[in-house]
Design a protein around this ligand. Structure first.
Ligand SMILES: NC(=O)c1ccc[n+]([C@@H]2O[C@H](COP(=O)([O-])OP(=O)(O)OC[C@H]3O[C@@H](n4cnc5c(N)ncnc54)[C@H](OP(=O)(O)O)[C@@H]3O)[C@@H](O)[C@H]2O)c1
Length: 313
């Protein structure tokens, strides 16, 4: 009986998993991409993960275009990277843009067309977060989150795609979040914008595969950056706090290294999260009712905590 159940377990779980792993290795067996001299366009390069990505790609000998709203911070980063003075390092190009700009495409063409005339890797990294309940959140806040985290990336991607199609090569990386797979309470607008990015770029991946263009969606867990500090509250004001979860998050340089590995190995997806979070992603698919119960419990707990905080204030 014991032998029979082990054989049955192997047939049901072990065999399919082994076959899928074998298929994965056969289909993905390729040489690593060489990054030296590749043109990399990075949005949100003025801080946090974007800044770490700019440093890491520049260190690999890439020609980086560092994009963002804050010209001073971008110039400061450019000067810091230039001061490395290694032979294989290129001078970065600054591209000042707001993802909500009407002239987003023109700004991208000016930065890319006038300098290197090509883009090998696009990193859609810029983003903003949010805290609040659906009932209290102003519609402008919901719209802003979608404008920055979703429509801005789409417009930049559409501006850069023709370069990649002409080259018949390229890699588009989208920095989403585990919240693009797992919605949690009091983050509705953020989770929705990240789900939208996931779906959009999953569609794009299939469409451009025959043109030699790869698409990778990265879904990290918390990263130690200013994201929560700059997050919007329900009324549109800045949340202004660095949450403990963020303080305990991944080092942005570690995440940047993982993203570089993804590009080198032409990966389609990266979920950078602890095991229990990956388990929750599976749970959302396999037993949604249980996931919904857990999230409702979490929402009630957060409500009690907020009420207690308000009493102290
Ligand atoms: N930190 C986390 O826990 C975490 C977890 C998962 C995923 N992520 C994702 O990682 C990405 C990077 O965020 P981060 O953690 O590095 O936070 P961050 O330090 O706040 O960086 C966000 C970047 O986005 C830029 N940005 C924001 N709004 C913009 C706009 N309208 N136009 C152009 N640029 C804009 C900011 O530029 P300014 O200097 O102009 O404000 C900044 O460079 C985001 O997509 C975020 O959703 C973060």
């Amino acid at each position: 009986m014991g032998d029979l159940s082990i054989s049955a377990l192997w047939a049901v779980i072990g065999l399919p998993v082994s076959l899928l792993s074998l298929l994965y290795f056969v289909l993905n067996r390729r040489k690593d991409v060489v990054l030296q001299d590749k043109v990399v366009f990075i949005t949100g390069a003025s801080s946090g993960l974007g800044e770490a990505l700019a440093e890491a790609f520049h260190l690999c000998g890439c020609k980086v275009v560092i994009a963002g709203r804050n010209a001073d911070k971008l110039e400061e980063l450019k000067n810091r990277l230039e001061s490395r003075k290694e032979d294989h390092h290129h001078s970065p190009v600054v591209c000042v843009l707001d993802l909500e700009d009407d002239e987003l495409s023109e700004k991208v063409h000016q930065a890319v067309g006038n300098v290197w005339g090509r883009v090998d890797i696009l990193i859609n990294n810029a983003g903003m977060s949010y805290r609040g309940s659906v009932a209290e959140t102003k519609p402008e806040v919901d719209k802003k989150l979608m404008a920055v985290n979703h429509f801005g990336h789409i417009e930049i991607t559409k501006a850069i795609l023709p370069y990649m199609v002409k080259q018949r090569s390229g890699h588009i990386v989208c920095v989403s979040s585990v919240q693009g797979k797992l919605p949690i309470p009091h983050r509705s607008a953020y989770a929705a914008s990240k789900h939208a990015i996931q779906a959009y770029f999953d569609s794009l991946r299939a469409e451009v595969d025959h043109q030699g263009i790869r698409v990778c969606v990265v879904s990290p867990y918390y990263i130690r950056t200013n994201l929560s500090l700059n997050a919007l509250s329900a009324d549109g004001s800045a949340y202004g706090k660095v949450d403990q979860t963020t303080k305990n998050g991944y080092d942005p340089h570690f995440v940047a290294k993982k993203i570089i590995n993804c590009v080198q190995q032409r990966q389609d997806e990266l979920i950078l999260a602890p095991f229990y979070v990956k388990l929750a992603i599976c749970l959302r698919v396999l037993a949604p009712w249980l996931y919904f119960k857990m999230m409702a419990r979490r929402a009630r707990k957060e409500l009690v905590m907020n009420n207690n905080l308000n009493k102290i204030k």
